[in-house]
Design a protein around this ligand. Sequence first.
Ligand code: KG4
Ligand code: ZN
Length: 356
Amino acid sequence: MIVLGIETSCDETAVAVIADDKTIMANLVLSQLEEHKAFGGVVPEIAARAHMDHLDTLIRGAMQDAGINFSDLGGVAATCGPGLIGGVMVGMMAGKAIAAAHNLPFVAVNHLEAHALTPRLTNDLEFPYLLLLVSGGHTQILVAEDVGVYKQLGTTIDDALGECFDKAAKLMGLGHPGGPLVERAAADCKDHKAALEKFPLPVPMKGRKDCNFSFSGLKTAVRQHVENLPAGELAYEDVAALCYAFQESVAEVVRDRCTRAVDEFKEKCHSAGKAALVVSGGVAANKRIRAALQDLAYSKSMDFVAPPLNLCSDNGAMIAWTGIERLKKNMSDKLDVAARPRWPLDPSAEKKSQQG
Ligand code: KG4
Ligand code: ZN
């Protein structure tokens, strides 16, 4: 079975074609960075228009790269939420139109499930696994029990981790998206000890008995450090040192919160066999965070799985793969399915916390 996947939920227009033997036949990602640059963040209306302008060309290009026709497809999958609703509708309607015209099953993909299932595309990974899902809009620890079945162990009570990277970057005068720029600047820090002494930062929620996160205090602490530096343009040496200190603090938060989650996972959900600790979503591209999680996994005798960097941030391959996973279980959707700006992976946790 070959599936076409379409992703338009944020500022990447992405289309991929994947076969059920995990061959990525085409994977095109068009970033809208330039369109949003002047605004220091993603502008929903500009994003939706840019998806409109480029999606057809990208679909044609992906089909050409794959060397197939629509009649060779076994289904069409498109992100139907959560995300910026204008953009989501552009991709969803294109997917539905192709499915209707060629009489193909349509899969309405939850963008978060696509991040959650990506490690099963790139690795031989069995359910259940413990998943840290960290993106621009979401920070969650979940037990992935099966396709469509996720149990949330923890979430953020305020900002998402990617958002925290982006805001910290903005405070330091770096561009958008901030994550990769903070990571690059941190790598330029020459004196790690001096950086940690000059820019002490909190490790929010450390030691707490639940698996939740909080990042707004960390962001505020970065703001205070920036305000205490000499006025005017920041010296790059200070930016690099602050980025280093920030990233170390984040890595410690992630290590601490996930240690708690591993214990809960082992206690309640998975006593037999070798389980895996898995990270996915845009922030999973961060090498310092990957290293912290890898250490944790090994210390707890777990496997560690993280997708390659290009499949961590938003892409069409993860959408097509989710289509394949669902179609294999006969889970397709009607063509009148609606786009959803919010769409929790574990609705019961959503009800309990009213967090997103
Ligand atoms: O999953 P994603 O591409 O889009 C969403 O679904 O939100 O995640 C984007 C987020 C952004 O906040 C970006 O700054 C962050 O992932 N990110 C990183 C890195 N690469 C992307 N954060 C930290 N380190 C990175 N290397
Ligand atoms: Zn994403």
